[in-house]
Design a protein around this ligand. Structure first.
Ligand SMILES: NC(=O)c1ccc[n+]([C@@H]2O[C@H](COP(=O)([O-])OP(=O)(O)OC[C@H]3O[C@@H](n4cnc5c(N)ncnc54)[C@H](O)[C@@H]3O)[C@@H](O)[C@H]2O)c1
Length: 423
């Protein structure tokens, strides 16, 4: 048993919360996970992770069997609370903080003096202060940090997460962590909690800076990807291979251009820069434009495929996930491309995604079906490579050369020069 934190409660047991809960439990902390999703709660209590992430399932099984981790639907008293609930966008691209608000309201009744609350959800600057105000309204008997002085009953810190799906269990331990308290005492307490399992550096700051750091990291990635995507569209118009241009430009000792793709997916890079744009208005034109460039790329790819395909052609779309070798379809540009193709093309659209067993309901379209790679590739008139999954690297060059093809990832460019589409 860890002496500093007898019980830690993790609110929200999704991609971030469950790995965090499991790794804390594996270090001897008693962890109570809370989620509003009853299916997730019962699967975890049966010793299973409710989504795939390497090494997670075994850690959940082990910690549940040892009695260190259990999941519940309603918050219980604990010494520390880590909140990892969604922070999506509203329809007009404003931050939707309703999940953070709801999580705050749900833990308010079980709080006691001395508790530590950590927000891990990616959040616009000022969200932790907003959470403190929500809690203060719900619990007038407790003092919450309002003015930066250490005189409060509850310690509150923001600690962003930067783990990547596929390597979460490693990065959770090895990545550096930024910890920003609303008070110095909160920064110290939260740093001590992360010290239980983090081998990377734990870097202290204040809450607003920590909130901005997370948004900055993703906006930086988005802007740089937008440069590569815009370059790929420019090169396409000039009939130049964008990947060759990037390879050659990257020989410059101070140039490091990222790789283009069909757009930007996942629910971090495609979402979080809007939090800055929403708050900064006219002072963030570069970040707004980068978002728009990346959001336009799927339409560009659709137009290229439609220009290549004849009416009635069978189009094989290779890959639906937002990145290579995962089953994560969230905010995937490949899905956007496939949906548009199904609407516009009058022939069959064959979907290949080796990492899923069935299509999500939104892709239940009359002219689209999920098909094994070999069958789709053999029967297609047009191949559209949308994700660089390892399986697609093994498709024979002569098969690719024999079809009309579009390669949004630069995977086959050596094989298909005559059909090159530099996107
Ligand atoms: N997934 C990533 O790779 C990643 C990386 C860095 C940061 N983040 C950020 O972390 C946060 C969580 O992301 P995620 O990917 O884990 O989301 P997720 O959707 O996988 O999980 C969120 C969980 O919270 C639960 N939930 C919602 N409201 C709740 C409430 N009031 N009480 C208890 N549980 C509640 C949901 O049922 C869900 O299981 C987001 O802000 C996200 O932007 C995610």
């Amino acid at each position: 048993m860890n002496q500093s934190y007898g019980t830690v409660s993790v609110i929200g047991l999704g991609y971030i919360g469950l790995p965090t809960a499991a790794v804390l439990a594996s270090r001897g902390v008693e962890v109570v996970g809370v989620d509003v999703n009853a299916t997730a709660v019962s699967e975890i209590n049966e010793g299973r992770a409710h989504f795939f992430e390497p090494e997670l399932d075994a850690m959940v099984r082990g910690t549940v069997q040892e009695g260190r981790l259990r999941a519940v639907l309603q918050p219980e008293p604990a010494d520390a609370f880590i909140i990892a609930v969604p922070t999506p966008l509203t329809a007009d691209r404003a931050p939707d903080l309703s999940y953070v608000d709801a999580a705050g309201v749900s833990i308010a009744p079980v709080l006691k003096a001395g508790d530590l609350i950590i927000l891990e959800s990616t959040s616009p600057v000022g969200t932790l202060e907003r959470l403190a105000a929500t809690l203060a309204a719900a619990r007038p008997d407790l003092a919450f940090p309002a003015d930066g002085s250490d005189a409060s009953d509850i310690l509150m810190a923001y600690c962003p997460e930067r783990i990547i799906p596929g390597r979460m269990m490693t990065e959770l331990v090895e990545n550096d962590r930024i910890v920003g308290g609303l008070t110095k005492a909160a920064t110290t307490a939260a740093s001590a909690l992360y010290g239980i399992f983090v081998r990377g550096k734990i870097v202290p700051t204040d809450a607003r800076t920590a909130e901005m750091v997370k948004l900055t990291e993703n906006a930086y990635r988005d802007v740089n990807i937008a440069f590569a995507n815009e370059l790929s569209m420019v090169c396409d118009g000039l009939d130049i291979d964008a990947w060759e241009v990037i390879d050659l430009a990257n020989h410059h000792p101070r140039v490091n251009i990222l790789q283009p793709g069909p757009g930007v997916g996942g629910h971090c890079i495609a979402v979080d820069p809007w939090f800055i744009v929403h708050a900064a208005g006219e002072t963030a034109p570069l970040m707004r434009t980068a978002r728009e460039v990346n959001d336009r790329k799927p339409d560009f790819v659709v137009d290229k495929i439609m220009a290549l395909a004849s009416p009635g052609d069978r189009i094989a779309c290779l890959g639906l996930a937002y990145k290579a070798d995962t089953d994560d379809l969230r905010e995937s540009p490949a899905i956007e491309i496939v949906e548009a193709l199904c609407r516009k093309h009058d022939g069959e659209v064959m979907l290949v995604e080796p990492n899923i067993a069935q299509l999500p309901p939104r892709l239940s379209l009359p002219n689209a079906k999920l098909i094994a790679m070999e069958e789709a590739v053999n029967n297609a008139d047009v191949l559209a490579l949308l994700v660089d999954h390892r399986e697609f690297k093994a498709i024979e060059p002569e098969v690719i050369r024999s079809k009309k093809s579009i390669d949004t990832r630069g995977l086959w460019r050596a094989y298909s020069r005559q059909n090159r589409a530099n996107d």
